[in-house]
Design a protein around this ligand. Structure first.
Ligand code: SF4
Ligand code: SF4
Length: 214
């Protein structure tokens, strides 16, 4: 082939590619759905009545190869109960500057309190904003839930929760005053559910009276 063809021949590759199907992803204008079991941002789950599943055991923190999780557990009391049983996670933080989204923490969690969502947009401008707190990681309330702290479903123990026997907050469940968070007795929580109809309707009303986060 004559030498003067060489520069033109190089453009042949370009011309061929122009008519092929485009592979470039138009992120962030077009966001593709992730695989169903994608390892994205974590979530701290709740029991069906709104109590928290985390028991503050720190197993997730010990399992983490990147030292990205910080947990401080505390005791539940009958006046301020966040989870069934003795302990709950008072402080819970995940540092997304360290996290490699490997999922080992999820495997280590004995109560299925910690799972991963499909959310992957974790970039931000400051270090502080990438250390997610318990409030940011906690799942929102759905129908039948009442914001913790509140009492366990009457007549149950923590085993009942793990056996799936509690499916909603008991009618009339009231959010307790969170003294450990600086609330006073006057700021006692939201009433939830009144004895006016079917249990399901009451539980739904209970949830609607509390803060709902999605
Ligand atoms: S996903 Fe992996 S790196 Fe991230 S917090 Fe869990 S164990 Fe640590
Ligand atoms: S998320 Fe699970 S493993 Fe981590 S402290 Fe809570 S209960 Fe324990």
């Amino acid at each position: 082939m004559p030498e003067f063809h060489n520069p033109v021949a190089g453009f042949g590759v370009t011309f061929k590619a122009m008519f092929r199907k485009r592979l470039t992803e138009q992120y962030p204008e077009e966001k593709k759905p992730t695989a169903p079991r994608f390892h994205g941002r974590h979530q701290l789950n709740r029991h069906p009545d709104g109590l928290e599943k985390c028991i503050g055991c720190e197993l997730c923190a010990w399992a983490c190869p990147a030292d990205a999780i910080y947990v401080e557990g505390a005791d539940n009391t009958e006046e301020e109960r966040y989870s069934p049983g003795e302990r709950y996670g008072r402080v819970y933080q995940i540092n997304y500057l360290r996290c490699i989204l490997c999922g080992l923490c999820v495997e280590a969690c004995p109560t299925r309190a910690l799972t991963m969502t499909n959310e992957y947009e974790l970039a931000d401008r400051t270090r502080a904003s990438l250390i997610y707190t318990k409030e940011e990681l906690l799942a929102g309330l759905t129908d039948g839930m009442v914001e913790a702290p509140h009492a366990m479903y009457p007549g149950t123990d923590e085993q009942s929760y793990y056996r799936g026997e509690v499916t909603r907050a008991a009618p009339g469940t009231v959010r307790q005053t969170a003294r450990s968070r600086g609330e006073t007795g006057d700021a006692a929580g939201d009433a939830a559910g009144e004895d006016t109809g079917s249990e399901a309707a009451e539980a739904g009303e209970a949830a609607s009276n509390s803060e709902v986060r999605s």
